[in-house]
Design a protein around this ligand. Structure first.
Ligand code: ZN
Length: 493
C-alpha cells in the first residue's frame, strides 16, 4: 500500500480559490467532515450528487492507503425555514402538518436517506452524528463564544455578533463577501427586533410554547441554531484542526461562513485546512425546483415513473453520468445525457467482461504502466473523474485491440490492466455491474414482443383460446398486456 501514498493530490481549496498540494495534518490520516441532510423530506437528487462527490473522494483516499475518519452529520434538530431566524423549524412544521412526532419524521427520512444512498452504492461514513445527540456540546460552544464577547443574550435567545466579530476578523473570508455589502442587501424583517443587526445569526433560540423540539439551557428552553451543530460535531470527532470540510456550494454562505466565525470566536481559529464545495445539479438546463415542476427525485429517476425521462435508469448509470463532470462544475441532468451514459457504461462493462479471456503474448505493444499512472494523475488533479473516465476508455480501446489481434500484451501487463480497471471502476468510482439494467430488460422485451406477435397471429386465425391463453399466462407471471389503437403494449409488475 505504501507506494500509493506517493501519489500527489492537488485539491481546489475554496478558501484560497486555488489548487493546493494535499498534505494531511497528521501523516497517513485524513479527517473529513461533510454537511449531511436535514431529514424533513426525501433526499434531493442535488444532494445525492454532492454526497456522491465526497463518496468518490473518500474511496480514493482509502484506496491510497490513508486512514480516513469521514464524519457526515444528520440534521435532525430542525433548522429555521429561512435565514431570518424566526418562525417554525422545518422538522416541527412537517410534523404538525402530518400530526406525528418530530422524531417520527426524523426517523422516516433518515431511513429514506440511507436507502437512497445504499441504492447508489455509497460507502457509509465512519461516524454519522446527529444534532439532537450533541446539544450539550453546542451549549458549551455558545458559552465560550459569549465568554469571548462575540455573542449576546436577548429574551432567552443568543445571537452571534457579526459586527463585533468583523472588527478583528473577516466575516466573508470564505464566500468572498463584504460585510458592508451584506448590510446594504439585508432587508429588515418583522420579528428580528431581538437582534442588534440583521446580519447577526442565532446560536440559541428560545422555544415558543408550541415548539415541540426543545432542550433546557442556561438561557431558556429552546433549540440550537443550525450553523452551530456542524461546528460542534466536526471538532468533537476530528479535532480543533482537521483536513477537509465539504458540502454543497449552496452551503458556502451563510452556513460555512458562520461555521468559521463560530470557531474563530470560540477557539481562535478556522479548524479546516481544505474547504471543498460540490457544485449544483440542474435539470434540462434550469434549476431543479418542486414549485416550477422542473423536478425529479431519485426514486422517480430509477423507477422511470416520471414525465421527464424516456425510461428508467439504473443507479450505476446515474452514478456514471454524475462522474462524467468534475464535482466543481454545474451538471445538467438530461435524458440524452443519461442515454449516452448508459451506452458508455455498457461499453465499459462489455470490455471488462472480455478481460478474463484475453490472450497474452511475449511482448506488449501498449504501455500499461504509463496508462495506469494517467488514471492516478486524473484523480490526483482535484479528483477529476471525467478525465479518469476518458482514460479508462483508452483502456477499453486496448482491450478491444488485444481482442481483435491489433495489439499484444504480456501476461503481467494484462494482470496490471485488469487490476487497474477493477480498482478504478468498482472501488473508486463505485460502479456496479448488476447486469439487470439494459441487457436483461432487452431480452425480456424481446421475449414478450414475440408472444404478442404469436397472440396477434392466433387472433388473425380466430384461435381465441390460444390468444387468451397467452394473455392470461403472461398475467399470471406479472406481465400485463394492454390492447390499444397503436397495438399491444405490456407492463411488468
Ligand atoms: Zn453543516
Amino acid at each position: 500500500m505504501q507506494i500509493f501514498k506517493n501519489q500527489n493530490i492537488e485539491i481546489y481549496n475554496s478558501l484560497s480559490g486555488k489548487k493546493e498540494t494535499f498534505k494531511p495534518i497528521t501523516e497517513g490520516y485524513v479527517g473529513m467532515y461533510v454537511c449531511g441532510p436535514t431529514v424533513y423530506s426525501n433526499v434531493h437528487l442535488g444532494n445525492v450528487r454532492t454526497f456522491m462527490s465526497f463518496d468518490v473522494i473518500y474511496r480514493y483516499l482509502l484506496h491510497l492507503g490513508y486512514k480516513v475518519r469521514y464524519v457526515r452529520n444528520i440534521t435532525d434538530a430542525g433548522h429555521l425555514e429561512n435565514d431570518a431566524d424566526v418562525g417554525e423549524d422545518k422538522i416541527t412544521k412537517k410534523a404538525r402538518l402530518e400530526a406525528i412526532e418530530p422524531m417520527e419524521i426524523v426517523q422516516r427520512y433518515t431511513v429514506d436517506f440511507h436507502n437512497v444512498l445504499n441504492t447508489f452504492n455509497f460507502l457509509p461514513p465512519s461516524i454519522e452524528p446527529t444534532a439532537t445527540g450533541h446539544i450539550i456540546e453546542q451549549i458549551e460552544l455558545i458559552e465560550s463564544i459569549i465568554e469571548n464577547g462575540f455573542a449576546y443574550v436577548v429574551n432567552g435567545s443568543v445571537y452571534f455578533d457579526v459586527h463585533k466579530y468583523n472588527e478583528a476578523n473577516d466575516y466573508g473570508i470564505l464566500s468572498k463577501r463584504k460585510l458592508e455589502d451584506l448590510i446594504h442587501n439585508t432587508r429588515e424583517l418583522d420579528g428580528q427586533s431581538d437582534k442588534k443587526n440583521p446580519q447577526d445569526f442565532a446560536l440559541w433560540k428560545r422555544a415558543e410554547p408550541t415548539h415541540i423540539m426543545r432542550w433546557p439551557s442556561p438561557w431558556s428552553d429552546g433549540f440550537p441554531g443550525w450553523h452551530l451543530e456542524c461546528t460542534a460535531m466536526s471538532t468533537k470527532y476530528l479535532g480543533d484542526y482537521f483536513d477537509i470540510h465539504g458540502g454543497g456550494m449552496d452551503l458556502k454562505f451563510p452556513h460555512h461562513e458562520c461555521e468559521i466565525a463560530q470557531n474563530k470566536a470560540a477557539r481562535g481559529q478556522d479548524p479546516v485546512k481544505y474547504w471543498m464545495h460540490a457544485n449544483m445539479l440542474e435539470l434540462n438546463g434550469a434549476r431543479m425546483s418542486k414549485s416550477t415542476g422542473n423536478y425529479i427525485n431519485p426514486a422517480e429517476l430509477l423507477s422511470g415513473e416520471n414525465d421527464i425521462m424516456s425510461k428508467a435508469y439504473s443507479p450505476s448509470v446515474v452514478r456514471f453520468f454524475m462522474m462524467q463532470a468534475s464535482y466543481r462544475s454545474v451538471l445538467d441532468l438530461t435524458d440524452n445525457g443519461l442515454l449516452a451514459s448508459e451506452k458508455g457504461l455498457n461499453r465499459l462493462f462489455d470490455a471488462i467482461s472480455l478481460l478474463k479471456d484475453l490472450p497474452s503474448s511475449a511482448s506488449s505493444s501498449i504501455n500499461v504502466s504509463e496508462w495506469k499512472q494517467k488514471c492516478y494523475d486524473a484523480m490526483n488533479d482535484d479528483f477529476n473523474t471525467p478525465i479518469l473516465i476518458a482514460t479508462l476508455f483508452e483502456g477499453v480501446k486496448f482491450i478491444n485491440q488485444i481482442k481483435d489481434g491489433s495489439a499484444t500484451i504480456t501476461a503481467s501487463d494484462l494482470e496490471e490492466l485488469k487490476n487497474t480497471i477493477h480498482v478504478f471502476v468498482f472501488d473508486i468510482l463505485g460502479l456496479e455491474n448488476t447486469g439487470k439494467s439494459e441487457t436483461s430488460t432487452d431480452k425480456l422485451s424481446g421475449a414478450v414482443e414475440l408472444l404478442i406477435k404469436l397472440r396477434q397471429e392466433a387472433r388473425a386465425n380466430k384461435d381465441f383460446a390460444m390468444s387468451d391463453k397467452i394473455r392470461d399466462e403472461l398475467a399470471a407471471v406479472g406481465i400485463h398486456l394492454k390492447d390499444g389503437k397503436e397495438g399491444t403494449s405490456f407492463s411488468v409488475n
